[in-house]
Ligand binder design. Sequence first.
Ligand SMILES: [Zn+2]
Ligand SMILES: [Zn+2]
Length: 204
Amino acid sequence: MLRIEKVVVGPLSSNSYLVYDPEMHEGIIIDAGGDGDKIVALVDRAGVKVGYLCCTHAHFDHTLAADYVRSVLSCKFLIHKDDVWLLEMAAKSARKYVEPDGYLYDGYMIEVGQQPLKVLHTPGHTPGSVSIVGDGFVFTGDTLFAGTVGRTDYPGGNAEQLADSLSKKLMSLPDDYVVYPGHGRPTTIGAERRSNPFIKLAKR
Ligand SMILES: [Zn+2]
Ligand SMILES: [Zn+2]
């Protein structure tokens, strides 16, 4: 059974998650939007070896501590290729390009201990937004939140793509799957299917 723990980090209160197998002592981090030391402390407390930092998309509030976390934990930083331009834009203001070690894509499998997690490409909030699905849970980044969905008015955002990602990909998951979003509290696929007004719109 995988365990999931969370710290809230950075200037926009983003969720950074540690998903780990407590018997195999292996885990991955999902998003690193700041406060790298908090993320590293979480990993230390769990006593696991982290192989990968997977970012759900390249906005700074999900990647700000990527370089720090990667170097302290000696893990690989993965992101979808379609968001690399956002990393390059961020590099202009920060004067530093944080190069990914590899790229996530639809159907990409990540092993945590002996359990596979699967990447879904869920564009719309950004072109390279991904969700990461395990047995009974999904990390949705800024694509789906409790009661709302991601904005599509930033550069690269696309409302039609977001609606497709929601209706064709995330809403095809079972109702009892727990949703761990990029900001705010967890929810479930079923609760969002029933009561999220943006999901009802996306279905039309
Ligand atoms: Zn975002
Ligand atoms: Zn965000």
